[in-house]
Design a protein around this ligand. Structure first.
Ligand code: SAJ
Length: 396
């Protein structure tokens, strides 16, 4: 259930390993494209695999579920209102499969979910189908893949599998063993739910530490990149890299699933979210100040190059990107300055007119590095330009 960034690759890889798959998505265009062997997400090497499994008949897509032996919920869990997790897609997908469930079936949630979601869905299932109580297997099994490296990671990463009882855990392990070469670690559903949230919150907290250092160093006149590199020479210190904020659909979202349910206890996790959000605001203010200073000094508006829109280096994914947010903020207050927007991994954008990175760099008075794409590292440092390097292009 769900043919997105995780559901579709999982369906394709399981089909490739001989499992008969029905991929279900509510979006008819996704279903149509999948059946035509066209990959609607960006993932290197995946389209060829899709075409193979569609041709061999191992995978077909549909807008509604069909009878199966195992059902996987791989739908989004966004947040609503004041960062409250929204499990309505998981619930809708669950309700859609309830009529098809039969004794001995496996039901798994893979979607990132707040603690207790698996139990909540089990209650919904058993309310509708009380005769199935303790006769189906219910488990939670989060994914851990890094977009761009999914074919490898889906097979080789270890996974955590938490059933509502040990028979469910075993049943889920039996399924995943068909295509996962990493170790499958057994636990209960609540621990597995929290484990996913913990992994991404841990990364968020560590990035927040790096971002906080960058704010301190900016005030103290210290190069934060040099500082972190030196501190990391300690055998037990491993600080991550500061940037212009934290983006994407996972790390900037999942910690809220903890803070919403445990506000009194999750102080550090909550502060980390604030620091990482603040970093993007801070970067936008820095750019605006540099533009004002330039204008006062040169009596004309500067040409500004905004380098990078993607949420992390060397990808074309602009979802929840702090870089994109900063560009929009600066443009809103630009007062007729000329802003050149650069994203070498994207051909065109419906809001921003894109400029070639070399041309933008050449023509700009102020150059703002937002995303550390590899091609930017070939640009030489120029003393005649104001360079705001928020992502460590020149750290070496
Ligand atoms: N970032 C920094 N500094 C760093 C590392 C990352 O500022 O040192 C920023 C990136 O620029 C980006 C954001 O953090 O804006 C997130 O990027 P990421 O590479 O850390 O993670 P994602 O969102 O692409 O994928 C994460 C992964 N989780 C962990 O590393 C714990 C991935 O394994 C998960 O499967 C994925 O979330 C998910 O789907 O939950």
């Amino acid at each position: 259930m769900g043919l997105g960034y995780i559901g579709l690759p999982t369906a394709i890889i399981a089909a490739k390993h001989g499992v008969d798959i029905v991929g279900v998505d509510i979006n008819p265009s996704v279903v149509e494209q999948t059946n035509a062997g066209h990959l609607h997400i960006i993932e290197p090497g995946m389209e060829e695999m899709l075409q193979d499994v569609v041709k061999s008949g191992k995978l077909h897509a549909s807008t509604s579920p069909e009878v199966a032996d195992a059902y996987f919920m791989v739908v989004p869990t966004p947040f609503k209102g004041d960062h409250e997790p929204d499990v309505s897609y998981v619930e809708a997908a669950t309700r859609a499969v309830i009529p098809f469930l039969k004794e001995g079936d496996l039901y798994v949630i893979e979607s990132t979910s707040p603690i207790g979601t698996t139990e909540m869905m089990a209650n919904i299932i058993y309310n509708e189908r009380p005769e199935l109580k303790d006769k189906i297997f219910i488990a939670y099994c989060p994914e851990r893949v890094l977009p761009g490296n999914v074919i490898y990671e889906l097979v080789h990463n270890d996974r955590v599998i938490g059933g509502l009882n040990s028979a469910s855990t075993e049943k889920a392990i039996e399924f995943y063993s068909q295509f996962v070469k990493g170790t499958l670690h057994k636990t209960n559903a609540r621990t597995a739910e929290m484990c996913k949230l913990t992994e991404n919150s841990s990364r968020d907290v560590q990035i927040a530490f790096a971002n906080e250092l960058s704010l301190i160093c900016d005030k103290a006149g210290i190069n934060v990149w040099e500082l972190i590199n030196l501190a990391n020479k300690h055998p037990r210190v491993n600080i991550l890299q500061p940037g212009c904020g934290v983006g994407g659909h996972c790390i900037a979202v999942d910690p809220y699933f903890i803070t919403a349910d445990f506000p009194a206890e999750s102080k550090l996790i909550s502060d980390a979210r604030e620091i990482n959000n603040y970093k993007a605001f801070w970067c936008a203010e820095k750019v605006k100040n540099a533009m004002l200073e330039f204008e006062l000094k040169h009596h004309r508006k500067p040409v500004v190059a905004m380098m990078g829109l993607a949420f992390k280096p060397n990808i074309d994914d602009l979802r929840e990107s702090p870089a994109k947010h900063i560009v929009a903020k600066v443009m809103q207050s630009c007062n007729n300055a000329e802003i050149l927007v650069v994203e070498p991994n994207v051909k065109e954008h419906n809001v921003f007119k894109l400029t070639d990175y070399k041309d933008a760099y050449e023509n700009a008075d102020i150059v703002v590095f937002l995303t550390a794409h590899d091609p930017f590292r070939t640009l030489p440092w120029r003393e005649d330009k104001v360079i705001l390097d928020f992502c460590g292009i020149y750290k070496k």
